[in-house]
Design a protein around this ligand. Structure first.
Ligand code: GLY
Ligand code: MN
Length: 475
């Protein structure tokens, strides 16, 4: 938890940003509750709602809060423990002392939260809330506001009665720009991610079960922080972008994609990807593709600075990749036309990167377009370009991933061939020889600074193909 001033300032700024949009009424925040795996008493590991953490700091279940946008009054709601809780959990600090730690003087039992929201609705006051990520909170909001479940998830101006667009915009504007104390935590998460990936690289040896590597690398995240920041992606079938099955044996000649990150104890995330040759040495055709992706990662980083947009960085990066793929005869024709037609989507069906913070895809619960696009630009309908999660003009304090990749996805290639999606640019006979290639992705986490950018973490994971081979030989 940060100092109480951090939370007080954030709530004050939020009230100001809501006032700037002419918003009235109250803003309500629901923390997450325990979620049973199969029965109460054996819950999933608790993870607080990130918006609640950001404004109210409390990393425990069964809390809620109300901010009065007109008087700036505020109240934290939660229950003090009773003797039953003390028997199972031990004595706990009072709710009042938890309120004090975040600079909130008024606290009340949780049942009072329900009454406060019902009373505000009855009085006709606007009730602003964020689209709930969890089903329990969705039902709770529907019950308290008297609206349908689906309605409370839909973001629109508050007058429409669903989740509040005004509140979403105000929260996004704040969480997008990281404070110094957050950057320190992101650096810590990146350091754990570095150690995690080092364990993975060392484990990448012929004969080892992929699952063993995952277990060892996730162990690092639990010993140094909160745990993985998302389900680890580790597979020799890297052409499946989010491959979560780890049942294969590391086999010489294949490539291993490792996309994983750690969460610091304060819940800031890292997210790195490296791709390793399972034999310790790249084949000629692996190295050709690897070096394109590595240079694309470098190019994207060099272009990342205030005054440009991540949309433009994405376009410049895929343009570079298409030029290189043309030199290898995978595609033929004019590269600018290929970019315009979205041909890069065949090789990289995802975007160059996403916002990062407390969530690895930061604030995706609030709506990707609100977070990554705002009013600045419209999302593209093209595969790849349309999957870009962050397209905004870059500003100091933005934290984004830089993760180009090239994949050979047989089903996608076959579909494009059948449907003529490539408009004649793709050399299919060449591609057919790559159906067993897999994929390559290389990802770093980047902070936009006042005059450029820096990669997060104390040191960068080895990435050049020659450095990878050298370090794998040593290890
Ligand atoms: N690292 C997984 C993702 O960005 O989707
Ligand atoms: Mn990522």
């Amino acid at each position: 938890m940060f100092s109480s001033e951090v939370y007080v300032n954030r709530r004050r700024t939020l009230v100001e940003r809501m006032a700037a949009q002419g918003a009235h009424g109250i803003a309500v925040f629901l923390g997450n509750v325990d979620a049973a795996a199969n029965y109460r008493g054996n819950d999933y590991k608790f993870r607080q709602d990130s918006n609640f953490l950001y404004y109210w700091g409390i990393d425990e279940p069964w809390f809620a809060a109300v901010l009065d946008l007109e008087s700036a009054g505020e109240c934290l709601y939660g229950n003090d423990v009773d003797i039953d809780d003390i028997i199972w959990m031990g004595p706990q600090p009072s709710v009042a002392s938890k309120g004090e730690a975040i600079g909130c003087a008024k606290t009340l039992p949780l049942a009072e939260f329900d009454k406060a929201v019902i009373a505000a609705v009855a009085a006709g006051r606007p009730v602003h809330f964020l689209p709930p990520a969890r089903y329990y909170n969705q039902m709770k909001l529907a019950e308290l506001t008297g609206r349908a479940n689906a309605a409370v998830r839909k973001v629109a101006p508050v007058a429409a009665g669903g989740a509040s667009e005004e509140l979403v915009k105000a929260v996004v504007s704040m969480r997008l720009i990281k404070e110094e104390c957050e950057i320190e935590e992101l650096d810590k998460a990146a350091e754990i991610g570095y150690l995690m990936h080092t364990e993975a690289r060392r484990g990448c040896k012929p004969g080892v079960l992929e699952q063993e590597i995952v277990g060892r690398m996730e162990g690092v995240t639990y010993s140094k922080g909160w745990g993985p920041s998302f389900t680890t992606i580790l597979s020799q079938n890297g052409e499946t972008l989010h491959n979560h099955s780890h049942h294969q044996i590391i086999t010489p000649g294949r490539l291993l994609v490792v996309d994983a990150g750690a969460e610091s104890n304060t819940h800031y995330a890292s997210d790195f990807t490296r791709t390793y040759p399972c034999s310790g040495k790249f084949t000629t055709r692996q190295r050709e593709i690897y070096d394109i992706v590595e240079q694309a990662n470098e190019l994207a980083f060099s272009l990342t600075r205030p005054g440009t947009s991540y949309w433009d960085v994405h376009c410049a990066t895929v343009r570079y990749m298409l030029e290189q793929l043309k030199a290898l005869d995978f595609v033929r024709g004019d590269v600018d036309e290929m970019v315009a037609c979205g041909i890069s989507g065949l090789f990289m069906p995802h975007g160059l990167g996403h916002n990062m913070g407390m969530d690895v895809h930061d604030m995706e619960d609030l709506g990707e377009n609100y977070v990554g696009y705002g009013d600045e630009r419209q999302r593209s309908p093209l595969l790849g370009m349309g999957n870009l999660r962050m397209a905004r003009d870059l500003k100091p304090g933005h934290v984004i991933s830089d993760e180009p990749g090239i994949y050979f996805i047989p089903a996608l290639i076959e579909q494009w061939k059948r449907e003529g999606t490539d408009k004649g640019f793709v050399n299919y006979p060449k591609l057919e020889g790559y159906y067993d290639f897999g994929g390559i992705r290389l990802e770093d986490d980047v902070l936009v600074t006042a005059d450029g950018a820096r990669r997060l973490g104390p040191c960068r994971l080895p990435i050049k193909s020659s450095d990878i081979e050298e370090i794998m030989a040593q290890e």
